[in-house]
Design a protein around this ligand. Structure first.
Ligand SMILES: [Zn+2]
Length: 184
């Protein structure tokens, strides 16, 4: 099972991921009608009176303003931007490495636009070559992320579990639609 039952992804009213909260706080937001469920987890919480389904993702009903700050370029933030997914073979990796798309020896820059996450195999395979020389392609062109959750509990497993919420708004709409039709 990916992820765990103790953390819940909180989305802003605009569907943008805000932060990760614990189950107690998530249930409180739901019970006080400050948020509504988007996706359930397979887990239940048993109380004396009832068996409560633990949510996996909830959406806050009012807009939470966040000051805009440009994400800092660092090794960890590149891994987070890429969801710990190797940008060459597409596999999720627990042993991420940084790779310069245009090698530093060929004047490649050390910034958001030239640095990607690579698994050790792909990093070795590419070596000190350009994409063309290595005959490799990128999953997506690297760019500066617009928003990012920095959290120590944002593990590769959690990122995989909630991947769709980080980049694809239309998938959340779909999840909401199927949720409301299922509860009718
Ligand atoms: Zn790879």
């Amino acid at each position: 099972m990916d992820g765990d039952s103790s953390s819940v992804l909180l989305l802003n009213s605009t569907f943008e991921p805000l932060t990760i909260i614990n189950v107690r706080r998530a249930l409180k937001l739901l019970f006080t009608k400050k948020a509504h469920p988007v996706e359930d987890s397979p887990y239940y919480l048993s109380t004396v009176k009832a068996k409560i389904r633990i949510p996996s993702v909830i959406q806050i009903l009012y807009y939470v303003k966040r000051p805009y700050s440009r994400p800092k370029f660092s090794k960890k933030s590149v891994f987070l931007r890429d969801n710990y997914q190797c940008q060459y073979c597409g596999k999720y990796t627990n042993k991420p490495t940084l790779d310069h798309v245009i090698p530093r020896s060929k004047n490649g820059t050390n910034d958001w636009h030239n640095v990607v996450t690579a698994c050790p195999d792909c990093n070795n395979k590419k070596g000190n070559r350009t994409l063309k020389e290595a005959g490799m392609t990128l999953v997506k062109p690297p760019s500066e992320p617009k928003h990012m959750i920095y959290s120590t509990i944002l593990t590769p497993a959690n990122i995989k579990r909630w991947e769709k919420y980080f980049y694809h708004k239309e998938k959340i709409q779909k999840a909401l639609t199927s949720l409301s039709s299922a509860t009718v």
